[in-house]
Design a protein around this ligand. Structure first.
Ligand SMILES: [Zn+2]
Length: 283
């Protein structure tokens, strides 16, 4: 009888320690992309030294930097009654992305190699952006209805990840999508969110807005003419937030659209269609 009881415990235990759920992954598994994941009963996700908490539906996102390694792994800690969080490790491969090299000539010299007196301005810009992103992380999943492009009509004039050679000087890779449109064109919120920064006259970005879409996801709008929203304001998808301008370091009017997940910059175009279930696989 005693023997039978021990046998029963041993056969049940593996079921408790080995969660049988399937991890669902949606989106483009590639450098500079973002993925939407879904899993039941998750306590915490550990990815690239970050601890991520899914929303109550079990949704969370992961983004890959431009130069991220192709072999990726994540660790999921599951909820259970004993509160000892059984762990499951997942490994997967992302695709390499080919990046553009863009040559831009005729940029004013002080905008290519900033003068000493411009350095304080650049510092103010970097600190404001970092503060906006790091200190405003809503737990509300504002992003849930999906994303649309922030301009109705545009021409892509600079891709994400491209490296610019300005007046023969190699610059840092481009961390956004440049969308050329006439000055004054309306810029719309691509999804619901909360405005967490409205900055004016930055050295590189000119007039800039940052929107918090929740769960570590932010989008950035730069070189704006007029800003139509205030910090702390909630916005709805399609609502006009600004107009296209040529403020900051530009050669013509365009919107620089940036996206950040847990402070990792990725290609904002990858947000379009992310919510559509036909891109999803089970891992
Ligand atoms: Zn740009």
């Amino acid at each position: 009888m005693k023997y039978k009881a021990i046998y029963l415990i041993c056969s049940i235990f593996p079921l408790l320690s080995q969660p049988s759920q399937a991890l669902e992954i949606c989106g483009d598994k590639a450098q500079g992309s973002i993925l939407l994941l879904h899993e039941e009963n998750v306590h915490e996700v550990q990815f690239q030294n970050k601890k991520i908490t899914p929303n109550k539906e079990g949704d969370f996102m992961l983004a890959f930097d431009r130069d991220d390694q192709l072999k990726q792994s994540l660790k999921i800690l599951y909820k259970n009654d004993e509160q000892n969080y059984p762990v499951k490790n997942f490994t997967f491969t992302i695709e390499p992305t080919k990046w553009d090299i863009q040559k831009i000539n005729g940029v004013p010299e002080r905008k290519v190699t900033p003068k000493k007196e411009d350095q304080d301005e650049i510092l103010r810009e970097n600190q404001s952006l970092r503060k906006a992103i790091e200190e405003n992380n809503s737990k509300t999943s504002y992003w849930k209805q999906g994303f649309q492009m922030p301009l109705k009509e545009y021409r892509i004039s600079g891709k994400f990840g491209g490296q610019r050679i300005m007046n023969t000087i190699k610059k840092n890779p481009h961390r956004g999508l440049d969308m050329a449109a006439p000055e004054g064109t309306e810029v719309m919120a691509p999804s619901d969110g909360k405005v967490v920064m409205t900055g004016k006259n930055f050295f590189y970005s000119g007039n800039m807005i940052v929107i918090d879409h929740g769960q570590g996801l932010h989008t950035i709008y730069a070189h704006l003419k007029d800003i139509k929203v205030k910090e702390g304001q909630e916005v709805k998808q399609g609502e006009v937030i600004a107009t296209v301008g040529k403020t900051g370091r530009v050669t013509g009017p365009h919107l620089h659209w940036g996206a950040s997940l847990h402070n990792i910059r990725f290609n904002p175009e990858k947000l379009i269609g992310l919510i559509q279930k036909d891109t999803c696989i089970n891992l």
